[in-house]
Design a protein around this ligand. Structure first.
Ligand SMILES: [Zn+2]
Length: 324
């Protein structure tokens, strides 16, 4: 066994789990409950993956950290709703509950903890199963997403670390509208988003002709799939996506690997298997190793069938741990 010197440590994969993240779930039979982290983590332990990864613990984002992406008004609104402990944070998908502010701040803060470890050279890759809240916009919550941890990470990379050329890949069954539209005119953020067509599914966006605006035109790929599409259709789209990513040579890679694109998810209609998630994780890890100094963050995103999310996310984690 190699000594655990600085070089070896630098290749570590950190997986973030803990009570503050598990608490990110909505009450009273909501499809996004508090049982998702445990479903993933017990499967990871059964496969002995927990011994190969470094376990990182959650931390809360501070208000200024949240405001790197979100408006001050939105942060205050969530804080007030959290104190009131009732009502909705949006039009009716995302309920407020006592402590919803802290739950959202834990997701974003843990993402920053992972980012800081990578940028300090103490980790190469991170996996955060409870995270990837891609529907929240700068000024509002949406679609089960209180704060957008992905946007907080992207804006932190720019403002605190001076990294510009970032790739965002999203294979959640829903279009990642909160990320896409926040950077629609930003040419340095490459996006590849494969999802069930917005003609059939929330949020109704992410059509193939949306490739970025103004100076960003052509920097983003939306690759919608029709209901019922499986691995074959997915892999055809992914070949296009991967070629696009290679041509953009990003300095940092972010993957949102929602498991709601798998066959049997109660909220959507694609028929992928965990092989899709594994292949994307492996291809992106290799790309990150080739062009981005290995730097890659992965977030679980959606997924409302517990067996599906456990299967997809353990497959992703296993690919990150392969280290080739
Ligand atoms: Zn989703």
């Amino acid at each position: 066994m190699l000594p655990r010197g600085a070089d070896v440590m630098g290749q570590d994969v950190v997986v973030f789990v803990g009570e503050a993240l598990a608490n990110y779930g909505f009450p009273a039979g909501h499809p996004l409950g508090v049982d998702r982290q445990a479903a993933f983590w017990s499967a990871a332990q059964e496969q002995n993956l927990h011994r190969q990864a470094v376990v990182g613990r959650p931390r809360a984002a501070t208000r200024p950290e949240l405001e790197r992406f979100h408006t001050a008004e939105h942060v205050s609104w969530v804080e007030a709703r959290s104190r009131a402990g009732e009502g909705y944070l949006d039009y009716g998908d995302t309920p407020a509950f006592p402590g919803v502010f802290d739950a959202g701040a834990a997701v974003a803060g843990t993402a920053l903890e992972g980012l800081e470890r990578i940028m300090a050279g103490n980790a190469a890759k991170t996996f955060q199963p409870i995270g990837g809240l891609h529907h929240a916009q700068r000024g509002q919550s949406a679609g089960f997403c209180v704060f957008n941890d992905l946007g907080v990470v992207i804006d932190t990379l720019r403002s605190q670390f001076g990294l510009d050329r970032i790739a965002y890949v999203d294979i959640d069954v829903h279009h990642g509208d909160g990320v896409f539209y926040s950077y629609e005119a930003d040419p340095a953020l490459t996006v590849v988003d494969i999802h069930e067509s917005g003609h059939f599914l929330y949020p109704g966006t992410g059509h193939a002709d949306e490739t970025g605006r103004g100076p960003a035109k052509g920097t983003k790929l939306n690759l919608p799939l029709n209901p019922g599409a499986g691995d074959r259709e997915f892999f055809a789209a992914w070949e296009r996506g991967l070629a696009h990513l290679r041509s953009r040579a990003p300095e940092f890679v972010i993957l949102q690997c929602g498991a709601d694109s798998l066959l049997g998810d109660p909220l959507a209609d694609l028929r992928l298997t965990p092989a899709a998630h594994g292949r994307v994780a492996r291809d992106l890890a290799r790309l990150a190793n080739e062009v981005a100094g290995g730097r890659m963050m992965v977030f679980g995103g959606g997924g409302y069938d517990l067996r599906n999310l456990a299967a997809a996310w353990t497959r992703v984690l296993a690919e990150l741990l392969r280290g080739d």
